[in-house]
Design a protein around this ligand. Structure first.
Ligand code: UGA
Length: 458
């Protein structure tokens, strides 16, 4: 059954699973979303996306109304319903801070497998250490009747927060790791909606069919490359700072070479989020286990460059406020600092491993009276860093501040009027942690401006 229009389930309705479930319903599939979290399922079933993602709410409501999309907390219902089951559960960083924790993968696969009574394909989507697909296959074999011929495949995802709907509906490639023609055919059918949409728009979506290990590696290799690109430009920013160069012009100039490309060369306070930082650590740990630790030693440097950028903001803050730095960092007691941005990037409410929030916490720890404002990330920020003070507007954050730090490049901050803001602050000092402000404009409005890897404007 289902070879032409398979019914799909998505296990784990976090960021990844919820977005996929909703978008594949939009593509015309009958979809069931599963999670063990009853509150999350109740929200989704009631038409509410539990996180901030542009365009997703509307699609959720439309597809619930159309009857193509349902949600459940029952493994039995999922097992009975779908031909293709996508595993989208989280793979957090392990307690040791390096490898990935596969507990959720194990639990969801085992419980699903135990309830299956008909042939189905189980497809891993979560980011995992290479070798996991083989392990999942053994797990499935252990918990299902061989007569059912349950198969396993791996298909990594590449969606970016803030662009997730587009990335799922119009991906720049689909990668599948399969062992049999049957699995390949089922996965093709499960993605046919994506290929059909592309055809109507005169596009093509490249399909890479490969083995398990390659499919798993594609995902972490892509994220390792992106992280390396960001740390490369941040390393150049460090050099520019001592040599008197401007990293923004440097990035522009090297980016004209199509072999390099101009994207992901934005120097600033570094990368954060739920993926890049944890993925490069887990990738190193896995390579080490496999005896190829040396091959990824450079990723340790990528991590270090990234974390050093946070320290650079502390250094600039001390310099601007005329404070000396001791061995434990600067003493900023008695100063008032506005931190604009808590999310790890704009158009997201995600604060996981956010450089902005980490810097806000370090400024507060150094004694500063820190006021944090973010257009979307306040609720998550409060939960992650309850000790900081949060305010409801940008104006409130900067009022009477002796230093303004722009740490996430939201449009609200990029478009802020330096003249108007200058009326509110105690003194016109600004650190542009994302190089997102017009330095000359701010300097003309009387601000002492400090960017990342750029000379100070006169
Ligand atoms: C990242 C990848 O871009 C996705 O392709 C991947 O699917 C996803 O991880 C994942 O593994 O699930 P995401 O974490 O949403 O996506 O965010 P990015 O847009 O990649 O940004 C990551 C961080 O790098 C942000 O903190 C951002 O501010 C920073 N960044 C990005 C820079 O500092 N400079 C840049 O030039 C680009």
């Amino acid at each position: 059954s289902g070879a032409s229009r398979p019914r799909l389930s998505f296990l784990g309705t976090g960021y990844l699973g919820a977005t996929y479930a909703i978008c594949f319903a939009e593509l015309g599939y009958e979809v069931l979303g599963f999670d063990v979290d009853e509150a999350k399922i109740a929200k989704l079933a009631g038409g509410q996306v539990p996180f901030h993602e542009p365009g997703l709410d509307e699609l959720l409501r439309a597809n619930l109304a159309a009857g193509r999309l349902r949600f459940t907390t029952s493994y039995q219902e999922v097992a009975d319903f779908a031909d293709v089951h996508f595993i989208c559960v989280g793979t957090p960083q392990r307690g040791d801070g390096m490898g990935a924790d596969l507990t959720y993968v194990e639990t969801s696969v085992t419980n699903l497998a135990r309830h299956l009574t008909r042939r189905a394909l189980i497809v891993g989507k979560s980011t995992v250490p290479v070798g996991t697909a083989e392990w999942v296959e053994q797990l499935v074999a252990k918990h299902t009747d061989p007569q059912l011929q349950i198969e396993v495949a791996w298909s990594p995802e590449f969606l970016q927060e803030g662009f997730a709907v587009e990335d799922v509906l119009r991906p720049n490639r689909i990668v599948v790791g399969v062992k049999t023609d049957w699995a390949n055919g089922m996965l093709y059918a499960a993605h046919k909606g994506v290929f059909d949409l592309a055809a109507t728009e005169d596009r093509e979506v490249p399909l890479v069919v490969t083995d398990f290990a390659t499919a798993e590696l594609v995902k972490v290799a892509a994220n390792a490359f992106l992280a390396t690109k960001i740390s490369f430009i941040n390393a150049m920013a460090e050099v520019c700072e001592v040599a008197g160069g401007d990293v923004t012009q440097l990035a522009k100039a090297i980016g004209y070479d199509p072999r390099i490309g101009n994207r992901f060369l934005q120097a600033g306070v570094g990368f954060g989020g739920g993926c890049l930082p944890k993925d490069i650590r887990a990738f190193q740990a896995r390579a080490q286990e496999l005896g190829a630790g040396e091959a990824l030693r450079f990723l340790h440097e990528v991590d270090l460059v990234n974390l050093r950028r946070r320290g650079r903001v502390m250094q600039l803050a001390a310099e601007l406020l005329g404070r000396r730095s001791g061995p434990a960092g600067p003493d900023l007691s008695g100063t008032r600092i506005a931190v604009l941005g808590a999310a790890f990037k704009p158009n997201s409410d995600d604060v996981r491993d956010s450089p902005s929030l980490a810097i806000a916490a370090t400024l507060a720890k150094a004694g500063a009276d820190v006021r944090v404002y973010d257009p979307q990330g306040m609720e998550n920020a409060r939960a992650a860093q309850p000790g900081l003070s949060y305010v409801a507007t940008m104006a409130e954050a900067v009022t009477d501040a002796e230093l303004v730090c722009v740490l996430t490049e939201w449009a609200e901050f990029r478009n802020a009027d330096p003249q108007a803001m200058g009326e509110l602050v105690a003194q016109r000092l600004v650190i542009d942690g994302r190089n997102c402000l017009d330095a000359a404009l701010w300097a003309r409005a009387g601000w002492q401006y400090r960017g990342m890897g750029r000379p100070h404007p006169q």
